[in-house]
Design a protein around this ligand. Sequence first.
Ligand code: MG
Length: 297
Amino acid sequence: MHLITFTEAGRTRIGILDLAHDEVIDLTQVAGDLPDSMLAFIARGTDALGTARTAVESGAGRLALARVQLLAPIPRPLRNVFCIGKNYRAHVQELQGAGTSFATDFKQAIPEKPIFFTKTTTSVIGPQMSIPASLDPTASADYEGELAVIIGTGGRGIARADAMRHVYGYTILNDVTSRRLQRDHQQWFLGKSLDGFCPMGPAIVTADAIDDINQLRVQTWVNGELRQDDVIASLIFDIPTLIETLSRTMTLEPGDIIATGTPAGVGMGFKPPRFLQTGDVVKISIAPIGTLENPVA
Ligand code: MG
């Protein structure tokens, strides 16, 4: 199932995206006892998913996709989005190549342990919403197409072997970054957390719909030019390792978002760098999750 958050007739609620028919199924119409927010829906676990599945089969509650506005599937996350830096070898190599202009901490080799940072909840925007690159006073906004993991059942001390049972589903995330703020402030937080610098969506695909997550391919285009193209199997630290590492010391909660890192091909890796400009369009696809497209303003 492709779970979405959408607004129609001034009301925001959750539904299911049916791309085969260009329709949305309004879950609040077909199953009135379901919550209208994605975080509450995820927290209700497999029971809520089962109710949703039954409701879909009824054929009721269908709206034309063109009538609704899709938001990020979790428009305001519970807490900051967890992110991983340098999780594809070829991306680490392109950062080393970016040299002294993007300085010190970009020089290190393949990390021995996952590098975690976060993005603010207020940086999240939905599909087709504008990335406000003009907010970046250093004019160095860059795209990072990524697979994001949504946690279902929370917990602390989750072992690798159990980790995938805690995955609720997956979505697409653009970890938009101000490269100069990232560099100048040492910690990455500021350069990663500008308003609107975290496009997410269009849907959360439930984990049961993905046979082998490692086979999924992340592709990013800027103005139709393919810039990033790699498979999840290339991750240096795989999803079970990320969940095990994070949960060793902190309790993961339903709805937590883990962005797994970006492949090679970011704008900073070009000589000279190719940062985002007003009027650009960034498109990230991961089949069968979908396509996340955002204009740059
Ligand atoms: Mg990233």
